[in-house]
Design a protein around this ligand. Sequence first.
Ligand code: NAG
Ligand code: NAG
Length: 295
Amino acid sequence: MGLWLSSWLVLLWFASSVSPSWAVPANTSSFFSFKDNFDIMWAEDHFKTSPDGQLWYLYLDKKTGCGFQTRQRYRFGWYSMKLKLVGGDSAGVVTAYYMCSDLGAGPDRDELDFEFLGNRTGQPYTMQTNVYKSGVGGREMRHMLWFDPTEDFHSYSILWNSHHIVFFVDRVPIRVYRNTDKPNNFFPNEKPMYMFSSIWNADDWATRGGLEKTDWKNAPFVSSYKDFHADGCQWEDPYPACVSTTAEHWWDQYEAWSLTDGQHEDFSWVGRNLVTYDYCKDYERYPTLPKECNI
Ligand SMILES: *[C@@H]1O[C@H](CO)[C@@H](O)[C@H](O)[C@H]1NC(C)=O
Ligand SMILES: *[C@@H]1O[C@H](CO)[C@@H](O)[C@H](O)[C@H]1NC(C)=O
């Protein structure tokens, strides 16, 4: 709680320092409808939408969770969605939101993950991100958030271009993966990625390392979604024309190849205040750090 509270205080300063940036498409008239762009992966009866189709809900109960995926696979681009996480006692519950080149957990898959690890009422969520390249993960980072992610919708986004992959929370870059290091870089022509989200029970590991179990009295657990936006190249789009740095492909133009000064400041602030685990600093686990940690 202490950390959460101080994060809140810092936010007062922080919110005013978030500078306008390239990574925010102003055009919001292009949110994607569920029925045209997504499929339910499993447990259709644990998925609901609002009457107008704008809000989507995933349910977890003792029987099962639920998940959905885009029909389309994407190459370079900007992919964003707003999520409101399970409130109250959500210990043991994980909401995942990720891009992956594979429909299953294939041994060669590329994957970019956001995972939100629930907690007991009043205890802060942990946000874990991970990067899998050709089936190899182990690149976890963990962050605290500077807001309560169960109270309202916040946007979680991924920018993927020829220079880096950036994870954003509400326009704030929280993690940067340099995409220039062979063989661990993500090419657009090799493995395009679907976007997924799911909710599931992970009380064997998620909350305080598995000590806190899911309390099924509180089921169903519900995570909510809206405003999916994909500003990027689809798999069918002609390659390499689609990923060229022409004007409409802002996500892989010069300005998007590195963070702006304002984004740098925000990113450092997050690094100083909210990171609770970084595999690149885990020398016990990696006596020789993975190569990308040194870029
Ligand atoms: C916003 O996006 C939609 C759909 O992609 C497009 O038809 C429209 O012209 C865009 N509007 C502006 C102001 O760019
Ligand atoms: C849950 O809350 C406890 C106590 O504040 C904290 O140690 C833990 O990191 C939190 N998150 C998870 C996912 O366990």
